[in-house]
Design a protein around this ligand. Structure first.
Ligand SMILES: [Mg+2]
Length: 234
């Protein structure tokens, strides 16, 4: 049995985990309200209030993550807006250092994002994550957001994996809860998803947290994660 058979698969979220959420915050909280106000001839305050009520209504649903849904709903080309500011897309601290380490050490890495397929394409065109991942999935392709256990069930049917020998890292607690419900035991979150917002206190978070992504390397080297691989314990 080769070593990579017993190594955990490392599953990553994209925005707020590998990539700086500052881009998404800028886009959804600042640039979209500005463009919505220009398009509909309203004040910025009215625009913010209307968008906020939409955000509350659709948060954690697949619609929330769909550029085409938003474009239709609010009359602003949201994908174009993302392209207009794509030079603001940045990796998080330690992103490539960690991915290089994982690649060199034979870890299988998967990218699992709630970004829609066109949003994923834009991010991958801008930041070259592709060579590091054997599986890259948008929840749009699965038909359920990562917050729901159905996402994980369908993912496993498409790409078989052992949830007991998997590490999943995501900055959003409801997503980690979905993964936990499915049976993934090794769950990590991120203290500072956006470089423009203050870091969250690790003790206040529901899951163990990384700040610099390279902190995962010592977790892997010291094996301070749970692994119950049936192939080795049988
Ligand atoms: Mg995220």
């Amino acid at each position: 049995m080769s070593n990579s058979d017993t190594k955990p698969i490392i599953m990553f979220d994209m925005d707020g985990t590998l990539l700086d959420l500052a881009f998404d915050d800028l886009l959804w909280n600042h640039k979209l309200p500005e463009r919505y106000a220009q398009t509909h001839g309203c004040t910025l305050e009215q625009s913010q209030a209307e968008l906020y009520s939409f955000y509350q209504q659709y948060k954690h649903t697949l619609c929330w993550y769909s550029s085409s849904y938003w474009t239709e709903k609010i009359g602003v080309d949201v994908l174009q807006l993302q392209y207009d500011y794509k030079d603001k897309i940045r990796p998080r601290l330690g992103c490539f250092e960690l991915l290089d380490y994982l690649k060199q050490n034979g870890y299988r890495c998967w990218l699992l994002t709630n970004a829609d397929q066109v949003g994923l394409k834009l991010k991958l065109e801008t930041i070259n994550l592709t060579p590091y991942f054997e599986v890259m999935i948008s929840s749009q392709e699965i038909g359920h957001a990562k917050e729901f256990v159905e996402f994980w069930q369908i993912l496993q049917q498409k790409h078989p994996f052992d949830p007991k020998n998997t590490i999943f890292i995501d900055d959003t607690a409801p997503v980690l809860q979905g993964a936990e419900k499915f049976g993934i035991e090794n769950l990590l979150t991120i203290t500072q998803p956006s470089s423009e917002s203050p870091a969250r206190h690790a003790l206040e978070l529901e899951y163990p947290a990384l700040n610099n992504l390279t902190e995962l390397i010592s977790i892997l080297e010291n094996k301070t994660f749970k692994v119950s691989n049936v192939k080795t314990t049988a």
